[in-house]
Design a protein around this ligand. Sequence first.
Ligand code: GLC
Length: 462
Amino acid sequence: MTIFLPFKKLTYFTIQPSTMGYIQPLNRLKKFFHNLGFWRSSLIFAALFLSIILLTKIAIAQQPVTLNLLMTAPDADPWRQGLVKDFESKHPGIRINIIEGPNATNLIEDLYTSAFILGDSPYDLVNMDVIWTSKFAAAGWLLDLTDRITPKELTAFSAKDVEGGTYQGKLYRIPLRSDAGMLYYREDLLQQAGLKPPETFEQLMNYSKVLQRNDKARWGYIWQGRQYEGLVAMFLEVLEGFGGYWVNPQTLEVGLDRPETLRAIAFLQNTVKQGVSPPGVTTYQEEETRRIFQSGQAVFLRSWPYVWPLANQPNSKINGKIGIKPMVHAPGQSSAATLGGWGLGIAKTTRHPEEAWKAIQYFSSREAQKQFILKAGYVPSRRELFTDPQIVAKYPHFPQLLEVVDSAVLRPPIAQYAQASDILQRYLSGALTGRMAPENAMKSAADETRRLLRAGQARKSA
Ligand code: GLC
């Protein structure tokens, strides 16, 4: 049976016997449109069609916008439970999708890098280690944020954190979390032995041996020795503590083949040779070292301030038993801390730059940072929070931390940072694991770094 609808030429079709039940209503519809006349019914159809499109568009527009944000695994939980929950309850139109990556910062950097290189990156916000800004900005992967925040507003943040988010005079990253390498020690064990916290490398070794001999702890000193970015951050503190340097950011001079570098390597090798550090230390990242220290097996630990709240949890073996201080150094030198830290940038490819900026504004606000710090114990990027009474009541070491953050040293803010770090990681790990003689390793590391920096200079002036 054939039915005619108003669009005469196109709208007839044949009804199968099985669909006969629909014939009645369709016939009524047909009659209705027949009575209306061709043009009027066409207009009604067009209006209906447009309304459907409009409603669909409104429905899509009301769907929350999702911002994707990749971060290291240990950071993901504190973020989800703190910042993200609070932000979403205040901004129902925006969802933050935290993507949990590996632990090592350089692996997260690789994931971001390959996503940006392939184009069409899934990330909207970029959670950036302080050492990535130059590379990401030089490659054109980030939106310039300079005009979104006034210089006055920026003065609330630590100047070095802001510097770490700047490339060629433009701002690409808003600091959220500062960081600085510190020395943790077992206050209880030192006190019982009548010892003060060590100031020099030698004291650190001697005190470790005394406490190990007396069976107070299995290990003396724990540090991050795996071939990854954390090795570089840890090594720079030892290197500078011996008066050495890696790359001078102003002159781009390389100091890796100087005698201080060899002294720094010898110190680290001796910690293992003399049984102060476990042989496995050359495979450890931050989390492995924290677990050993937190289980009460070591006297000293070099790490970042995130360890403090975890080590002081009620179920931790060393709860209430630890102190924190700037790193030890050679006599006549001073303590050095590597400046770490994380901040947020916006991916150039995002379709939601305004929502991403709203999220950054909230995450870096005084209120959000304060809550986050109280919950997770991270180091604030806003200076006033270091001395906030509520925060100091919970973390009495914060005012001292501010001094360390202020004197902490940025790793060279150069666009080729990842390659320079990779060279140092490879040769340093070769020397520390006994695969290469330290002198040869550092000679090669220095030469390769010089070649890399020269190539970078040549590209710049071309
Ligand atoms: C911490 C620091 C970061 C550093 C990393 C090395 O996350 O904040 O700056 O690169 O440790 O493992």
